[in-house]
Ligand binder design. Structure first.
Ligand code: GLV
Ligand code: GLV
Length: 324
């Protein structure tokens, strides 16, 4: 009997091509650009062997129970897997594929773009130019903070953190610092970056860039304590997950001038409601979770997730599997 898989969205063409050409499985798909409604997901997973999902689907006991014992593989088209309950997968012997590496460059590139947008006030300035706020050239107007001779602190020195540092280096950064749940001496030496505590990171950095995964340990670690120790000229950038940040604390820090500006590609929740106070701030740039959004990267993610799923269905080693 041909295994059945469910794909929870329209995905980039390279991913679909691989699934179709394999002739290994019967494919059902939520054929839309928007997420599958939860009730539909719960119905459609019944009796499937493989689930191809995105970070918008919460994969928990309810979904896995709805799928039943036939489900062998979950493959997410994302590097983050905080939307998936690893414990529930493990309990049922279900394997999990994900898409690290292929998006590292795209995410690092956008992180740099967002950092510069926030620090050099790009959106605020462009808005002024467009709406009649550009009186004349003024020496003291629209001044921000540059990277030259700065100290950059990276929270989470994994693949993406390293790629961000590599890209920032040519801007004349004087010193890199990092805080990580585990010591990373080899990669740290290659930048080089000095290992510091979160408090030191807050106190010493001109830029803090959050590149860690969302885990119980990192949930809300960017909070009042961190922001209150940061320089009032410092810029805060997050391209990991919104849950790493206490958003109310960040809002207060931005309003009270405890820090200079923030750039966020991720928020809690997503989408962030349009009437959210963060949108009212001139010194906060909010992007709609687009860090990996280049055509080639999204295709590579879709293809990797497809190959992971097929390998799982065949009972073979996946190219990128989360150890459970
Ligand atoms: C994007 O946020 C991802 O996890 O791939
Ligand atoms: C800026 O445009 C300058 O000429 O200094």
């Amino acid at each position: 009997q041909v295994p059945r898989i469910y794909v929870t969205r329209q995905i980039p063409p390279d991913g679909m091509k691989i699934l179709h050409q394999s002739r290994l499985c019967h494919i059902e798909q939520w054929d839309s650009e928007d997420p599958v409604p939860r009730s539909e997901l719960l119905k459609k997973v019944a009796g499937i062997q493989g689930l191809y999902c995105l970070l918008t689907e919460k994969i928990d006991a309810e979904v896995l129970d709805a799928a039943g014992p036939s489900l062998k593989v979950v493959s997410t088209m994302s590097v983050g897997y905080d939307h998936i309950s690893l414990q529930e997968l493990k309990k049922r012997g279900i394997r999990l594929g994900y898409t690290p590496d292929v998006l590292t460059e795209a995410v690092a590139e956008l992180t740099v773009a967002l950092l510069l947008a926030a620090s050099r006030r790009l959106l605020e300035a462009a808005e002024k130019a467009k709406t009649g706020g550009w009186g004349t050239w003024k020496p003291l107007w629209m001044c921000g903070h540059g990277l030259t001779d700065s100290t950059v602190g990276i929270l989470g020195l994994g693949r993406i953190g390293v790629a961000v540092a590599t890209r920032l280096k040519p801007f004349g950064v004087k010193r890199f610092l990092y805080t990580d749940m585990s010591a990373r001496p080899e990669v740290a030496t290659s930048i080089p970056a000095d290992s510091v505590t979160v408090d030191e990171l807050a106190r010493l950095s001109d830029f803090i860039v959050v590149c860690c995964a969302l885990t119980p340990e990192t949930q809300g670690i960017c909070n009042k304590s961190l922001f209150s120790q940061m320089k009032d000229t410092a810029i805060f950038v997050n391209t990991s997950r919104g849950g790493v940040v206490n958003q109310d604390d960040l809002y207060q820090a931005l309003v009270n001038g405890q820090i200079a500006a923030a750039g966020l590609d991720v928020t809690e929740p997503e989408p962030l409601p349009t009437d959210h106070p963060l949108f009212k701030l001139k010194n906060c740039v909010v992007l709609p979770h687009i860090a990996s959004a280049t055509v080639s990267t999204r295709n590579a993610m879709a293809a990797l997730a497809a190959n992971n799923l097929l390998a799982g269905l065949r009972g073979e080693a996946m190219e990128k599997e989360v150890p459970l």
